[in-house]
Write a protein of this length. Structure first.
Length: 130
């Protein structure tokens, strides 16, 4: 095999890896979301929350390394109907965070940086929980 062909094949394999792995992750997550909704007849609400130490909040914005310092994310506001099943995918952008909603029987859930935890609960009480 010639050197140029080897270099080309190496370039193609690296490119496929860098594009294919994240794309597969997104497709896999979407398939899981659809599976959850199908099982519960569209009564499941799914939220992706990220804990951010500065300014100390949970956000629905995507916070990763390249945008962590450039902008301030918006604080999460989650609105659900009474009786809906809620799925929270919680992750940390920086330090260990905890999620705790005692009125709804959620938590405490500790989330370390680089890890994700899935929290499920039924929104059985109306109200505003901060």
């Amino acid at each position: 095999m010639s050197l140029k062909l080897q270099e080309f094949l190496a370039l193609v394999s690296v490119t496929v890896t860098f594009i294919g792995v994240p794309a597969f992750g997104k497709l896999y997550q979407r398939a899981q979301d659809l599976g959850l909704r199908d099982k519960q007849r569209d009564k499941v609400r799914i939220f992706n929350l990220t804990g951010v130490a500065n300014p100390g909040m949970w956000t629905l914005d995507s916070v990763v390394g390249h945008n962590y310092w450039r902008r301030t994310p918006k604080e999460a506001t989650i609105v659900v109907r009474e009786g809906e099943e809620v799925v929270l995918r919680v992750q940390s952008a920086d330090v260990t965070h905890a999620l705790y909603i005692p009125e709804l029987g959620v938590g405490p859930v500790s989330v370390e940086p680089g890890h994700m935890k899935v929290v499920r609960f039924a929104a059985n009480r109306p109200g505003v929980y901060i």
